[in-house]
Each structure stands twice: as structure tokens, then as C-alpha cells.
Design a protein around this ligand. Structure first.
Ligand SMILES: Nc1ncnc2c1ncn2[C@@H]1O[C@H](COP(=O)(O)OP(=O)(O)OP(=O)(O)O)[C@@H](O)[C@H]1O
Length: 449
């Protein structure tokens, strides 16, 4: 990756200084307003947040009147806090302190982002392949193969295209192996991430380069490789020469994955046939059973030498995500060649823990964020639901996840948008070190909630 130069660090230090000043300013506003209710603002705000989270828990984990009460509380709590601020005349102090805090967070993120690599990782420049074979799924992404004329463009660039027959489920691993046996010197996929992973594994097994064409719906793998997700045809430019990156691949129970493996509540919900057509409805229908009812499934995991117990949801990723947004699918991985799995576990057993998670965030014991070389997930049942790159599967427990470091050669075009390095979570200790000139604002990353 491109490093951050001296100028970058200087700018980051100044941003960190401004961030710390704004944060102290926000605290000062509250302290100065103590007599006028500064403490009430902090207490009331935190109480409102905790009540909102508790309401959200009751809404998700129960049905009937308790669910209704939870929904009312989740909406009413923040409204009540706002009303209290307005009636007590505290709103000016609250607004000013909140604005200052918001500015502090923005500056802090800017400072921490500034200490990270800003542009795309550059690989080895290589000539185009001579016998590339691309597997294309005409149904992926709602028909992007046809929409972007991918077959034509690929064939003009010398590739052989295998178009999947959308009417039956085809064994893409067998198709890829056959292509290799017939002399392919590159394998590629225009399709979803599940298909990408299966063919990438064949490429990795034969040490052949792999081409990702972002023709799926979500294209998380393409995003973290810095490829264009809006126009998949641009990925094909690499066929006439590009850059080769070596990245890691994940493996779960011997099956390859490029992004994530999910266990617990989410994996359970996506198994249901009705989920595809009605995501929110299915979640609301199932969560009471899955969180506190008969369907509750507790997972234990050995994460390297450490043990996690009684988790409700567990996400294992090919390299760590920068924030718990990964659970909602919005996270990003700054690199795919770090040699470690990301691990994110959640264990919330009641409204009080939900409130604690909302208030303390990643410091709450309900959340575990760490990295590992190997993860073994156990459960009380013989088979457990597992979502592998979004695909719903059942696997016999225990399920072992591991990483194949640097196993995959990926060919990417020279001209690509690049990875937008996400801002890391705000860490005030690092920021303070950066501001006073001791640190560089970077950390090895993992922490346990
Ligand atoms: N091996 C296969 N053979 C035939 N059809 C397949 C195969 N794999 C997937 N499909 C079908 O193709 C459709 C598109 O799936 P795919 O995962 O490629 O793209 P997507 O769902 O648009 O993207 P994403 O994975 O990002 O959601 C699905 O309806 C799936 O059933």
C-alpha cells in the first residue's frame, strides 16, 4: 500500500490537536453549564440512549404487548429527552456541546484516516493472460452481464466465456477445474461473491491469476479490492495487462470464502426461504424465538487460544473489518493480505445489556472484536446454520475457519477507483498521543469488548 508521507503525519497531528480541543471544548461547555443543568444534559442524554436501546431489545426479542411497548419506548425516549431539554431551557447548552462533540468526532476521524494509507495498494505489473477463461452468471446483479455487454468485451479481449445456464444449478468448481485442465492461464468470474469464492479457490489451488468482475448485486469482494462496482466492464480491462495482487483466502470446513462466514441469529434467518422476499418481516417474525425463545442457539468458539462462550451472533471475516458495521454489511476491510481472520461476536441477553452496548459501544462486554488465525465454532446441535459469503448452508459442528495467507493471485486493471480507506473507530488515547507528537495514530487493531 502507499504509505503516508511526512506531510500527511503533520496534517494528521494538526487535525488531532483540533479534535482534542473541540472535545475538551464540548466537555467544558457542559461543565460551565453545570449550574444550569450540564449534568442533567449528560445524564438525560445517556438515560435516553439506554432507554431507546432497551426498547429496541424488547421490540426485537418479544411479541405482542411487550413488542409494542418496546417500540413506543424506543421512539419516545429520545423525544422525551429533547422535550426535557427544551422545557428546562437547556437546549442551547445541549446543542452547542453536541455540535462541538460532532466537530471533534469529524476531525478525529480525519486525523486517524490521515495516518492510514490513502490510495490503492499497487501490485506487480503483469502482461495480459493468453488463455483466460471467464465464468459469467447472466442472472447476477439483475442481469449485469447483458446490460454491460460483458461477453462481447471479454471475447474481444481474447477470453473464452462460459455462460452459466440460469435454469439449473451448475457446479462452477467443476467447470473451473475443467477449464484449467484444458489449458486456461487465468480464471475469472462475473457474478456474486459466492461464485467468486468457489472459482478463486480453484485458481489458488493451481496458482493461477484470478479476475473479479463486479457483476453481482453487492460486490463486497470487488469493493475491498478497489474495483469499479458501478461498471463491471472496467474490470475486464485487466485482460490486456494489469497489476497482480497477492491476497488471503478464507476457508470454512474446507469450503472457500472471500468475505465472511456468519454464525448464529443472522445465519439462521437467511436460511429461511421467506427471507429473500421479505427481509424485515422475516427478521421480526423470528428474532423472539432466536434471541430468547425456543430457537435460541448459543455458540461457543475457540478463537486461537481464547474462548468465547454463549455468543448469539459470530462473524468471521477474511481479514478484519474496520468497524462493527460489518454486521450490517456496511463495513470495509482496509486490506486483504494481513494474514488474519477478523472475529466479531455478540452476546446480549436482555434489555440491560442492550442498553450497556448502546452506551459503551465497543467497550461493552456484549461485543467482542478481535483477530485470529483460526476459529472453531461449537454448538449443542449436530448441524448448525452458517452463511458463507451470504449463502445459507448447514454444516456439521464443530466448524473450523482458517485463513490461507497470500493464497490467491488477483489480476486487477491499472485504472481502478481504488480502496476508499475507511476511517478507523475513534480512539481518544491514540489521538491524544498523535496530538502531542508521540504516536503515529495507528494500532495493531484488535480489541475485546
Ligand atoms: N452455480 C450456479 N448455477 C446456476 N445459477 C446460479 C449459480 N450460482 C448462482 N446462481 C443463481 O444466479 C442468481 C444470481 O446469484 P449471484 O449470487 O451470482 O448474484 P447476486 O445474487 O446478484 O449477487 P450477490 O451474491 O452479491 O447477492 C441467483 O438466483 C442464483 O440462484
Amino acid at each position: 500500500m502507499t504509505g503516508t508521507g511526512g506531510d500527511g503525519i503533520v496534517a494528521a497531528r494538526w487535525l488531532a490537536r483540533c479534535a482534542v480541543t473541540a472535545a475538551l471544548g464540548s466537555v467544558a461547555v457542559l461543565l460551565l453549564g453545570l449550574g444550569d443543568g450540564g449534568l442533567l444534559i449528560v445524564g438525560g442524554g445517556l438515560l435516553g440512549l439506554a432507554a431507546c436501546a432497551a426498547g429496541a431489545w424488547w421490540f426485537l426479542a418479544h411479541r405482542g404487548l411487550v413488542r409494542l411497548g418496546g417500540a413506543v419506548l424506543a421512539v419516545a425516549a429520545p423525544l422525551a429527552v429533547l422535550l426535557m431539554f427544551t422545557m428546562d431551557g437547556l437546549w442551547k447548552i445541549a446543542l452547542f456541546a453536541t455540535l462541538l462533540w460532532g466537530v471533534a468526532l469529524l476531525l478525529a476521524r480525519g486525523a486517524l484516516r490521515g495516518t492510514r494509507p490513502r490510495t490503492t495498494r499497487h501490485g506487480r505489473t503483469v502482461p495480459g493472460p493468453r488463455r483466460p477463461v471467464l465464468i459469467m452468471n447472466p442472472k447476477s446483479g439483475g442481469g449485469k452481464v447483458e446490460q454491460f455487454g460483458l461477453v462481447d468485451k471479454a471475447e474481444k479481449l481474447g477470453a473464452r466465456v462460459i455462460l452459466l445456464d440460469a435454469s439449473t444449478h451448475q457446479d462452477v468448481t467443476a467447470l473451473a477445474r475443467q477449464a484449467v485442465a484444458e489449458g486456461a492461464d487465468l480464471l475469472g468470474v462475473a457474478g456474486g461473491d459466492g461464485t467468486q469464492a468457489l472459482v478463486a479457490a480453484v485458481a489458488a489451488d493451481h496458482d493461477l491469476p484470478f479476475l473479479v468482475v463486479s457483476a453481482g448485486t453487492r460486490n463486497h469482494f470487488a469493493m475491498d479490492l478497489g474495483l469499479d462496482r458501478t461498471d463491471p466492464s472496467r474490470c475486464l480491462d485487466a485482460l490486456s495487462g494489469g497489476e497482480e495482487l497477492r491476497i488471503d483466502m478464507g476457508e470454512v470446513a474446507g469450503r472457500p470464502f472471500v468475505n465472511t462466514v456468519s454464525f448464529g441469529v443472522y445465519a439462521d434467518v437467511v436460511q429461511r426461504p421467506e427471507y429473500r422476499d421479505d427481509k424485515a418481516g422475516t427478521i421480526l417474525k423470528l428474532t423472539p424465538d432466536l434471541l430468547v425463545g425456543e430457537g435460541v442457539r448459543r455458540l461457543d468458539a475457540r478463537v486461537d487460544a481464547e474462548r468465547l462462550t454463549g455468543q448469539q451472533a459470530l462473524l468471521v471475516s477474511n481479514n478484519p473489518y474496520t468497524s462493527p458495521d460489518a454486521l450490517g454489511g456496511g463495513g470495509k476491510r482496509p486490506r486483504l493480505d494481513g494474514g488474519e481472520l477478523g472475529v466479531l461476536g455478540i452476546r446480549v441477553e436482555g434489555a440491560a445489556q442492550a442498553a450497556d452496548l448502546a452506551v459503551r459501544g465497543s467497550l461493552s462486554p456484549a461485543l467482542t472484536v478481535t483477530t485470529a488465525h483460526g476459529v472453531e465454532v461449537t454448538a449443542d446441535e449436530p448441524d448448525i446454520p452458517v452463511a458463507v459469503d451470504g449463502e445459507a448452508l448447514m454444516m456439521p459442528a464443530p466448524v473450523v475457519c482458517r485463513l490461507r495467507p497470500q493464497a490467491l493471485r488477483v489480476l486487477v486493471p491499472h485504472d481502478r477507483p481504488g480502496v476508499v480507506v475507511p476511517a478507523p473507530p475513534v480512539n481518544w488515547r491514540l489521538l491524544f498521543d498523535l496530538a502531542v507528537g508521540h504516536g503515529t495514530g495507528t494500532t495493531t487493531g484488535a480489541h475485546h469488548g
